[in-house]
Write a new protein. Structure first.
Length: 554
């Protein structure tokens, strides 16, 4: 099956569909199935063989669209909001992990350039795998989820820089360091030029096309912008990945970002799938099996070599062990950017096909093990929190709940928790809050507010809040796991305690009610009630009848 682009696409996408579905059924990222599909239609297995050159050409488009869409979603302000912990910590972690990988590869007899590429491949994590393992809710509502997501954003930017530097080092030159600096300076100039000029020109062009009201022309214009800027970058000596990424950034602050993201999504998924298939085509199982000890070493460095530095840096930043280990467990994997780096090395001739297969074998295994590693890190975090509880106050400080009786314990001092606390304050009702964000808790404490730093899912923290003498527990955090843990412990410590909790979904609400929470406020239920109420009012249904309908519904 060579020489025909249509048959190549059919073989690649057909196998990707079947094996991607199987991977999804097994609760693994579909990219694992796509890589397996590439292996199936590759030259190392019997049966039909896809044209490797055609697949690699299509895969380059996939890389451009992937990086373009990441640039569209990239917000520098989000990275700055994460604070110095991530903006300084992530580069330190990448340098540490890359150093470990480089040293290990050098000890195995690899050249310095090969070792640097291998070190880079294992030093960065995958945003795709992160979302698959953690889920959007965890990434948005939990401390460790926000830390892991910020870390991933920082690594996205670092990876783009690594592509530039390593590509310069890989060229034959008597002054590789100088060439790397010049390449970095050239790439920086290209980035500035595209951002300055492109942020004015590219959105204007797309807006002109959008005004025509023809969707297909808009899609074509997006493809021209994404692939065209990537090709332009290649002609001036800048990587295709960087060119597409910067083009996305140039459009990211415009009014049409959402529309572009919506339209580029299907194109990106299609060609990104071909990219992962191309990785599988190049993956030699014989090479992986022959170098199994090396694959195991690289896998160890992917997981432990990233997890340990991340956990240490997050813990040094003042966060509890639970948040540190959970965040570390989420980023202890590799994925699409590792594939991009390895593919760049392969294209430059730095990595041969055997070494490429060895590196990709470790990366694929890290994706398969991502979910178990994250669960194990969470269990370890719980153990460390119990063994080494973090106090926000001196040991001789009895805390803001000292001597309180019939008070309200508010779990979570975010937007919702602060609203509850303000009302209690105005009514002179005693209260104390528990907050997992160290800076928020300490800042409130410095303003004289009764806020305790700690994870409410930890029994010692609730004891510090005097849950045994409290009258009411208000669970105002969106994290369903911590909410269940707090409620389960509270009902065992105080039989007279009245529990009120928020829930992200109806399923979470049912779980909390089973534990013993008296009143659960479900965001989905409340939203549904209001939608029903306003809809029925438009048809003349009275408020009393609407209330009856809402009470009787399932």
């Amino acid at each position: 099956m060579t020489g025909s682009l249509a048959l190549t696409l059919l073989a690649a996408l057909g196998a990707a569909l079947v094996l991607g579905t199987l991977a999804h059924r097994l609760r693994m990222p579909p990219m694992v199935g796509y890589i397996a599909a590439g292996f199936l239609v590759g030259p190392f297995t019997p049966g039909p063989v896809a044209d490797v050159e055609e697949v690699e050409g299509l895969a380059e488009i996939g890389v451009a669209l992937l990086m373009f869409s990441i640039g569209l979603r990239f917000r520098l302000v989000e990275l700055l909001d994460a604070g110095r912990l991530v903006t300084i910590g992530a580069p330190i972690q990448v340098a540490t992990s890359m150093g470990l990988g480089t040293a290990a590869a050098a000890l195995l007899g690899r050249s310095l350039v090969e070792a640097l590429f291998l070190g880079a491949v294992i030093s960065v994590c995958s945003s795709v795998v992160l979302v698959k393992v953690a889920g959007d809710t965890t990434l948005e509502t939990t401390l460790h989820g926000r830390l892991a997501l910020s870390w991933s954003i920082a690594q996205d930017l670092i990876t783009v820089v690594l592509v530039v530097i390593l590509s310069a080092i890989a060229t034959d030159s008597e002054q590789p360091v100088l060439d790397a600096l010049l390449a970095t300076a050239g790439a920086a100039a290209y980035v500035v030029g595209v951002l300055v000029v492109g942020s004015r020109v590219l959105p204007a062009v797309l807006q002109r096309v959008a005004v025509l009201g023809t969707r297909e022309l808009f899609v074509v214009a997006i493809a021209v912008v994404a692939i065209g800027t990537a090709a332009l970058a290649g002609t001036v000596g800048v990587s295709v990945a960087l060119g597409a990424f910067v083009a996305g950034m140039a459009i990211s602050e415009s009014d049409i970002t959402a529309s572009v993201l919506g339209e580029v999504g299907p194109l990106r998924e299609l060609f990104s799938t071909i990219f992962f298939v191309s990785v599988g085509i190049l993956l030699s199982p014989a090479a992986v099996w022959a170098a199994l000890p090396t694959v195991a070493l690289l896998l160890f460095l992917v997981i432990v070599g990233k997890a340990v530095p991340v956990a240490a840096i997050v813990r040094a930043g003042g966060h509890p062990w639970g948040a540190a280990t959970r965040a570390a467990g989420l980023v202890a994997q590799s994925g699409e950017f590792s594939f991009v780096l390895a593919t760049v090395g392969l294209g430059l001739g730095v990595l041969d096909r055997t070494l490429f297969s060895v590196a990709m074998g470790a990366v694929v295994l890290s994706i398969v093990l991502a979910a178990p590693v994250a669960r194990g890190a969470a269990l370890l975090g719980d153990l460390l929190d119990r063994r080494f509880p973090v106090r926000a106050y001196p040991a001789d400080d009895d805390g803001p709940a000292a001597g309180l009786r019939r008070h309200v314990v508010v779990v979570g001092y975010g937007v919702v928790g602060r609203m509850v606390a303000r009302v209690l304050e105005r009514r002179n009702i005693p209260w104390v809050a528990v907050e997992t964000d160290y800076r928020r808790a300490i800042g409130a404490r410095e303003r004289g507010l009764p806020v305790i730093f700690g994870d409410a899912g930890t029994s010692s923290v609730l004891d510090f809040a005097r849950i045994d003498t409290a009258s009411t527990l208000v669970i105002a955090i969106p994290d369903p796991v911590a909410a269940r843990q707090a409620a389960a412990y509270a009902v065992t410590r105080n039989a007279r305690l009245h529990l009120v909790a928020r829930a992200h979904s109806l399923g979470d609400a049912v779980d909390l009610q089973r534990i013993g929470v008296h009143r659960v406020i479900s965001a989905e239920r409340q939203l549904g009630d209001e939608l029903v109420r306003h809809t029925l009012m438009r048809y003349g249904v009275s408020e009393r009848e609407i209330d009856t309908i809402l009470r009787r519904r399932d």
